[in-house]
Design a protein around this ligand. Structure first.
Ligand code: AMP
Length: 283
């Protein structure tokens, strides 16, 4: 596995690789590190579609609010590079914050409506930070294919919006959510949970599964489904709901009744840890 930290080295490397492998594809897996099986599933997918797999590890300060966990965000570069190597990553790109965002930097990317609802409402500016770093990484790596997890389904919708709006020549692949055996979606932030919070956190997936059953039994009214989700989640004493949303996907519009492809999405606080989960359902 090749390690690249410098931006110019990355640009030089991909230019040369493309010259030497003109008919082959570069796959990008952007991450913030502290790798788990969710990240590694994206690498597996990338290896099937691309001949060169680049993983970036960059804890992006631009997507953290002032009172969020940028400083505390878990980091373990040695373990990450071992896991990336074992998974078959070809290039590990770990740029430095001061290089990605020099003091002279002014430009950010705003993807409009989709970045303002759901997680965007709870985390103002978050998706502008995501959009900016994803576009920078796509440009820097010249990726033909880029791989994202549906754990962050709103992020996938926003990345697809940017790529369409700005004619970025990349295919976006959305990959399934990887879960613990009890159903909790894997997340680097799960390490923050206390033992009791961890036990109660399975309610996110359980509530979404129950909603799916209701839908399969014919329920179409979004208010009723949301009400049930709320009752199920608040039955856990440590859970504090940030939002429960049911919207069209990927356009994230509000509706009264289920119709077409919909996302059921929840964000729930356990202490100071905010967990998200979702389910995409075709009616
Ligand atoms: P992060 O390091 O949290 O920014 O995540 C990097 C990428 O991994 C994003 O595309 C995430 O959606 C994806 N990812 C994170 N957790 C999971 C999961 N449990 N299953 C699938 N993909 C995931």
């Amino acid at each position: 596995m090749k390690y690249i930290t410098d931006i110019e080295d990355m640009q030089h490397f991909v230019r040369q690789w493309k010259r030497e492998h003109s008919s082959k594809q570069i796959g990008l897996v952007p991450t913030m590190g502290f790798l788990h099986a969710g990240h590694l599933s994206l690498v597996r997918e990338a290896k099937q579609k691309a001949q060169l797999v680049i993983m970036s590890i960059f804890v992006n300060p631009l997507q953290f609010g002032p009172s969020e966990d940028y400083e505390q965000y878990p980091r373990d570069s040695i373990r990450d590079s071992e896991l990336a190597m074992q998974a078959g990553v070809d290039v590990l790109f770990t740029p430095q914050v001061t290089h990605m965002y020099p003091e002279t930097a002014q430009t950010t990317v705003n993807s409009g409506y989709a970045s303002e609802v759901m997680c965007g409402r709870s985390r103002p500016g978050h998706f502008d930070g995501v959009a900016t770093i994803v576009l920078k990484l796509l440009l820097l790596t010249q990726a033909d294919d880029a791989f994202f997890g549906l754990k962050d389904a709103q992020q996938v919708a926003i990345v697809e919006q940017i790529v369409n709006d700005l004619n970025v020549p990349v295919r976006i692949h959305s990959c399934p959510i990887i879960r613990e055996s009890d159903g909790l979606a894997l997340s680097s932030r799960n390490v923050y949970l206390s033992e009791e919070q961890r036990k109660q956190a399975i309610i996110l997936n359980q509530a979404l599964n129950q909603a799916q059953v209701q839908i399969e039994q014919g329920e179409r009214q979004i208010n009723i489904l949301k009400q049930h989700l709320q009752e199920t989640i608040t039955a856990m004493p440590l859970a504090r709901i940030d939002y429960i949303e049911i919207r069209t996907y990927p356009t994230l519009m509000e509706r009264d009744n289920l119709d077409g492809r919909m996302i059921l999405a929840v964000a729930v606080w356990f202490g100071t840890t905010r967990l998200i989960d979702n389910k995409i359902i075709d009616i």
